[in-house]
Write a protein of this length. Structure first.
Lengths: 231, 308
């Protein structure tokens, strides 16, 4: 489905990604793990075309997305939930959703679908999104990405700083999307969550992707976790 | 003339200035808000609007109304295209770096000014207003028979000036509706708030920037076409509008539409009233002092957000 082939990318002269490869498959959750500053967020941005690649390529099915202009990448069906949510804070809940719907020209049906997933948002449609609580903001960031009816969903630390009930809601949503055949790429720091949800786990270290493995293998080999995430 | 009628006259003159200033400053504010570009060439886009209006009106000849309507459509459109070329030639190439774009727009401003001097010449040239009848205004007085209306000598306004005020009001409301209700307005606001995330949701930020820069310059040109039947076209006419627009944008709060309009009314009206009763120089001194006060006590402007 979504395939990264030995990509290298960075911010101008700063090289961050030195060689990242993995393939996210439809109906599966791929978890990215690694220490702070390892390059997880940078990998997500590179997938979205927000950073030019220095080498390597990214393909979605038959389409090479890494040569497209940035605004064409999401139109291929990649929904992005950025780290820190990155809502359009001065826009209302409804307007944030409209921006998501516009990306691939989706309409009322999609809007109703995401609002049914997060009924709390429906009650706050005319509220400025920067005045929402943290959990509500995360719902909106997720809803906005789902407005694309994506075939690939990228979530960058979506549960960071949330209460347990909210974390559960986000996890349920991820499960639903996976069951619906979406390829999910999830950056997640908490090991139990990863072991619970992942079909594949990819470690990123100093801009390289290291082992790709299954949660079962990870459970058997605790040393790996210690090596890459320091637990 | 007595004080009351005199004040009414000053308010009308001030409103004409405020109307034109609001449109001009809105262009500057929009460009800064969305693109973080301080467009020093804004005054020259205004000037180009007036000069092109003169060419269009002269070329079309016929009845003044034909020339004026032609200018009202063609001048802002042409100026918008010129601005989009500047965006493509220079601003985009320096990556919209705040300092580099200041230098670039200073350069383009000079180029436009000198080209106009070479082509259009140093004279001021008038454009005929489409209509220009004098309308006497009534004033009232409490006499022996209660409230009495009469027409004081000298209390009159041209129909064209009233048209300028009305047209600017319609344009401002239209602009506000475009920004707050339309799809392209939503796209502009999203780009303003977070350029990178906007891209991640399919918004072609480069194209939005080009449109915004064209629209900003077009607003200045539109304001100039409205004023040119009153003030004449001249290659140096862009200085004052640029300065006043900066004053308005600083007082209103950079990038705030509401603040820009409120501050334009404040500055435009006080400029008109003080000019009529005292002197235009005093009006400029007070406006500049007001900027100093705002910068000291409320640096984000009346409606601006505090810097994060
Ligand atoms: N905008 C930027 N400009 C320069 N360097 C950056 C930028 N953003 C992140 N980096 C650097 O890239 C590296 C990887 O960051 P990031 O991908 O955010 O890590 P992670 O998400 O794994 O914590 C870090 O060393 C960080 O300092
Ligand atoms: Mg990160």
């Amino acid at each position: 489905m979504l395939k990264l082939d030995n990509i290298q990318a960075g911010y101008g002269p700063v090289k961050v990604l030195q060689g990242v490869s993995f393939e996210a498959r439809a109906g599966e959750v791929l978890c990215l793990m690694g220490r702070n500053g390892a390059g997880k967020t940078t990998t997500m941005k590179a997938i979205m075309g927000l950073l030019p690649l220095d080498s390597g390529q990214i393909t979605l099915g038959d389409v090479t997305t890494s040569t497209l202009p940035p605004h064409e990448v999401p139109k291929q069906g990649i929904g992005y939930v950025p780290q820190g949510r990155r809502l359009f804070g001065g826009l209302t809940v409804a307007e944030n959703i409209d921006v998501g719907l516009m990306t691939r020209g989706k309409g009322k049906k999609t809007r109703e679908f995401v609002l049914d997933l997060f009924p709390r948002l429906r009650e706050r449609l005319n509220q400025r999104s920067e005045t929402l609580s943290g959990g509500e903001q995360q719902m909106l960031a997720t809803a906005r990405a789902l407005c694309l009816e994506p075939s690939v969903l990228l979530l960058d630390e979506p549960t960071e700083g949330l209460q347990p009930s909210m974390i559960q809601l986000i996890r349920d949503t991820v499960d639903k999307m996976r069951d619906a055949g979406v390829a999910v790429v999830l950056v997640e720091q908490r090991v139990e969550a990863v072991l619970d949800m992942a079909d594949q786990v990819v470690f990123i270290e100093n801009g390289f992707s290291r082992e790709t493995m299954t949660p079962d293998a990870l459970r058997r080999d605790g040393a790996l976790l210690k090596k890459y995430v320091g637990i | 003339m007595e004080f009351g009628p005199h004040l009414l006259l000053a308010v009308i003159e001030g409103s004409v200035g405020a109307a034109v200033l609001a449109l001009t400053a809105l262009g500057l504010s929009l460009v800064f808000g969305v693109m973080r570009v301080v467009n020093v060439a804004h005054g020259e886009f205004y000037m180009l609007g007036a000069v092109i209006a003169w060419y269009v009106a002269t070329f079309l000849g016929a009845h003044p109304a034909v020339g004026f309507v032609g200018a009202l459509i063609l001048a802002p459109a042409l100026v918008a295209v010129i601005a989009m070329l500047v965006d493509w030639l220079a601003l985009k190439r320096v990556g919209y770096d705040p300092e580099a774009t200041i230098v670039a727009t200073i350069g383009f401003g000079y180029i436009f000014q000198q080209l106009t001097l070479m082509g259009f010449g140093p004279e001021a040239r008038p454009v005929d207003p489409p209509f220009n009848s004098r309308i006497a205004l009534p004033w009232f007085e409490f006499g022996e028979n209660g409230l009495e209306f009469y027409f004081p000598w000298g209390l009159s306004v041209t129909s064209y000036k009233l048209f300028v005020i009305g047209a600017a009001a319609v344009l401002l409301i239209g602009f506000w509706l475009m920004l707050s209700r339309s799809k392209i307005g939503l796209v502009m606001r999203a780009t303003e708030l977070d350029r990178e995330t906007a891209q991640a949701f399919g918004i072609p930020v480069d194209r939005v920037y080009a449109i915004v820069f064209g629209l900003g310059a077009g607003l200045a040109a539109l304001a100039a076409v409205l004023i040119v039947p009153i003030q004449q076209a001249h290659y140096l006419m862009g200085h004052d509008p640029l300065l006043l627009s900066f004053i308005v944008v600083i007082i209103g709060g950079l990038g705030s539409i509401r603040g820009t309009i409120v501050a334009a009314l404040l500055i435009g009206l006080s400029d008109g009233i003080i000019s009529v009763f005292f002197s235009p120089t005093l009006a400029k001194i007070i406006a500049t002092l007001l900027v100093a006060f705002v910068l000291v006590f409320r640096p984000q402007g009346l409606y601006g957000k505090k810097a994060a």
